[in-house]
Design a protein around this ligand. Structure first.
Ligand SMILES: C[S@@+](CC[C@H](N)C(=O)[O-])C[C@H]1O[C@@H](n2cnc3c(N)ncnc32)[C@H](O)[C@@H]1O
Length: 358
């Protein structure tokens, strides 16, 4: 696995290469439920996501709430942290602790704090990490509040997708700190720098799709949207390839935050809380099937706006966060294309003594 990640150019930092080579992923994979537990050790070293925890949704279905991320994505995000040694790092989303183990190998246990909303996972992660003799600071808390007791941080790495940057994080970053996080909008992977009280930066050109940040352990990681309600279909004249491309989804999901791209490829589906759309092609054009509250006309409007803006690709998107506001943007923070992001988190978490920036 490490040889492949290095050959593909994803891993290049020598100390991280050693961390990958010497950290046994199978110790974490075998804690996963279902088939992974009995799967051969070698299967833990393929470049695949391994689901590790499920919760029941109210309709009796199971949804995944934690997984061992794909090694390529883990490597990309760790490289983006630009670790030089000695940095104090906070990871949001411990899962079973594989990433935390890599960070411990790279930085030493004393520099690693990792938190997860699910206490069951934190217990399991502690056992897995102890087995390979790593002892970072672990806590079962909502990562929205950061982890003031171990601040200030030089790096924050989120391994769950966020629709905004939690305001408490700003007070826990050291000057010049780096934050790497996936946004829910089209899987934008952001690399942000903290300077003079402002956290700002741009997206990478690769998209990463993580389960969303939850605020209770029983909440599903990814809300489902099933076709239901009144059915309609029509054929319309749009470029089906573009409207359903991953290039367009960051713009689409920022412009229409209620709309989620549910699947790509042979069958493209979009969903909202109350509506569902399936987009396919036939000999006459693009067929749009809709169930429930219609929303596809708004998708088409957003697509026209995206084309007029020059079809911005992922790496033209950015994000800026101050104490009082935050917004996503295209090209520059003050561009005409901006989307304010809502942060419902309190200005300061109750009872917190924020460290001063150094
Ligand atoms: C993709 S998994 C993390 C994988 C893990 N980093 C690894 O190395 O295998 C995402 C994790 O984020 C956690 N999570 C979701 N919402 C959270 C929150 N508010 N605070 C902390 N963790 C959260 C989930 O419980 C889940 O374990």
């Amino acid at each position: 696995m490490t040889t492949q990640l290095t050959a593909s150019g994803v891993l290049s930092d020598r100390a991280l290469i050693t961390a990958f080579a010497e950290t046994p992923r199978h110790v974490f994979a075998r804690r996963a439920g279902g088939t992974a537990a009995s799967a051969p050790v070698s299967s833990a070293y393929s470049d695949r996501v391994i689901p590790t925890r499920y919760v029941d949704t109210f309709d009796g279905a199971l949804t995944v709430t934690s997984s061992l991320s794909q090694p390529t994505v883990v490597a990309i995000m760790l490289e983006l942290l630009h670790l030089r040694g000695g940095e104090n790092v906070l990871e949001i989303g411990t899962g079973l602790g594989y990433n935390a183990a890599l960070l411990c190998h790279r930085l030493g246990d004393q520099n690693v704090t990792s938190v997860d909303i699910d206490p069951h996972l934190v217990d399991a992660a502690r056992e897995c990490l102890t087995e390979i003799d790593h002892h970072p600071t672990l806590a079962a808390v909502d990562g929205e509040a950061g982890y003031p007791a171990r601040a200030p941080f030089d790096r924050i790495l989120a391994t769950c997708a966020l629709d905004h940057v939690p305001r408490p994080w700003l007070g826990q970053l050291r000057e010049d700190a780096r934050v790497v996080l996936p946004l829910t909008y089209g899987g934008l992977l952001m690399v942000l720098r903290f300077s003079a009280g402002v956290l700002s930066g741009r997206a990478r050109d690769e998209g990463v799709y993580f389960m969303r940040m939850r605020h209770s352990a029983d909440e599903p990681g990814t809300p489902s949207s099933e076709p239901q309600g009144e059915y309609r279909h029509r054929t319309i004249d749009i470029d089906q390839y573009e409207v359903t491309s991953e290039e367009f989804t960051p713009w689409l999901e920022l412009s229409l935050p209620d709309v989620r791209a549910l699947s790509f490829g042979a069958e493209v589906r979009l969903g909202t809380e109350t509506g569902h759309a399936r987009i396919t092609d036939d000999a006459h054009g693009t067929v749009v099937e809709e169930w429930g509250t219609p929303f596809f006309d708004e998708v088409v409007e957003a697509w026209h706006a995206w084309r007029e803006a020059g079809r911005p690709r992922r790496d033209r998107f950015g994000l800026s966060v101050t104490e009082t506001e935050q917004w996503a943007w295209v090209d520059e923070p003050d561009s005409d294309h901006r989307w304010p992001l809502t942060d419902d988190s309190p200005l300061l978490p109750a009872g917190t003594n924020l460290p001063s920036h150094r």
